[in-house]
Write a protein that binds this ligand. Structure first.
Ligand SMILES: Nc1ncnc2c1ncn2[C@@H]1O[C@H](COP(=O)(O)OP(=O)(O)OP(=O)(O)O)[C@@H](O)[C@H]1O
Length: 374
């Protein structure tokens, strides 16, 4: 790709960026009406037109019902899509809007609606216009929250989300190049004022970017850092696979026996914590817990394991986390689903499907690509 961060994207560069999805049957383009996603739509339409055979493209805009101008912007996207011969739908978020955590709730609703539109269009892929600048902001946000390596890897080019693939062909492209692409094509675009609303973290961090860039902490270097963190994360996940297989072999395939406590405690802390996250996500009723909670659990296990107890089978630690019960004896670390919590009317409350112990059940998708920050 051109090293010039201000040059419009060429057709050749775009065809390279989209090449991975050339043989997908259908793609949904998520287009808000902002410059990044309008450029995505324009580039994807030009790419598709140049192909003899390729995916059926359709465009979806979500109206979050938060700004009065949103409906007009969605109509403008529809008009532009029509001029490019692309079918377009607008879906509206009609649910209650929370008083706090609005960006996160809007994002949840957006992806839910996009997934619905993709299923209706028979598309297994949703394409967004995340840029290198978005990647850099994500790294900064996660850094500021003390995220782990998986979180610092930020967004991936492809992410699985509820059975659909979320794909980001422009993740290495600076936003300025998209703006330049639109300017050359003579396309006008809307600016969403919430993108610079100082009530939200991301816009406040965006404000800092020029200052940081002057010190070398620019989007290129932050994105490079994310790529390196992703590489380290992938290597660590392989080590966790190996550790898991090793511990399972040591249990002789007895699914209810859990892990050998000494072997578990001898693993490196990072591997133990990742293993706990995996197992809790698989066994527990409440999904993968926060990294900090798994770290605290690991510390408690290590402290309890070091304590001397007279009886080998005596329980050294018993704790619940993420809808799972963790118990430790001198011999074994066992993680089982917690009994279902009782609701107000006495009915049981369960978030995850019934599972029985550490081993012996299908592995759910627990990767960082599930969109959860670590
Ligand atoms: N209203 C919308 N309708 C359709 N697609 C949208 C809408 N808003 C955002 N998108 C898609 O999501 C991409 C990222 O948007 P933005 O950076 O504003 O979202 P975000 O809240 O930071 O979410 P994310 O967690 O996905 O980064 C856009 O480039 C676009 O492809």
């Amino acid at each position: 790709m051109s090293g010039n961060d201000e040059a419009p994207l060429t057709a050749r560069e775009a065809s390279h960026l989209f090449a991975d999805w050339k043989s997908a049957p259908a793609l949904v383009l998520a287009v808000s009406g902002g410059p990044d996603s309008l450029a995505l739509m324009w580039l994807a339409a030009r790419w598709r037109k140049a192909l003899k055979r390729g995916p059926a493209l359709s465009v979806v805009t979500i109206d979050h019902g938060l700004r009065p101008e949103a409906a007009r912007e969605a109509r403008a996207v529809k008009q532009f899509a029509r001029s490019l011969d692309l079918p377009h739908r607008t879906l509206r978020w009609t649910g209650d809007k929370p008083a706090s955590g609005l960006p996160a709730a809007a994002r949840e609703a957006r992806y839910r609606l996009l997934a619905r539109a993709a299923s209706a269009a028979g598309a297994g892929y949703i394409m967004t216009a995340h840029t290198r600048d978005d990647q850099a902001e994500t790294v900064l946000m996660r850094l500021s929250r003390g995220s782990g390596i998986a979180g610092l890897a930020a967004m991936a080019r492809e992410t699985e989300r509820q059975g659909l693939m979320l794909v980001r062909p422009l993740l290495d492209v600076p936003k300025q190049r998209l703006v330049a692409t639109l300017a050359r094509a003579g396309v006008e675009f809307a600016i969403d004022p919430s993108n610079s609303d100082p009530r939200f973290t991301r816009p406040r961090l965006r404000e800092l970017m020029p200052l940081l860039a002057a010190e070398g902490c620019d989007s290129r270097n932050l994105a490079r850092f994310a790529a390196r963190a992703a590489r380290a994360d992938a290597a660590l996940e392989l080590l966790v696979d190996g550790a898991e297989q090793f511990l399972a072999l040591q249990s002789g395939g007895h699914s209810l026996l859990g892990y050998d406590a000494t072997a578990f405690c001898a693993l490196a802390a990072e591997i133990r914590i990742r293993l706990l996250l995996r197992v809790l996500g698989r066994v527990g009723r409440e999904g993968i817990p926060e990294l900090g909670k798994a770290e605290a659990l690991d510390r408690a296990i290590q402290t309890a394991a070091a304590a001397v107890f007279p009886a080998r089978r005596q329980i050294k630690l018993k704790q619940t986390l993420a809808g799972a019960v963790i118990s430790l004896t001198a011999d074994r670390l066992v993680i089982t689903p917690a009994p279902p919590r009782r609701g107000r009317g006495g009915e049981s409350v369960s978030k995850a499907p019934e599972t029985s112990s550490i081993e012996g059940r299908a592995r759910r998708d627990l990767s960082r690509k599930s969109g959860r920050m670590r």
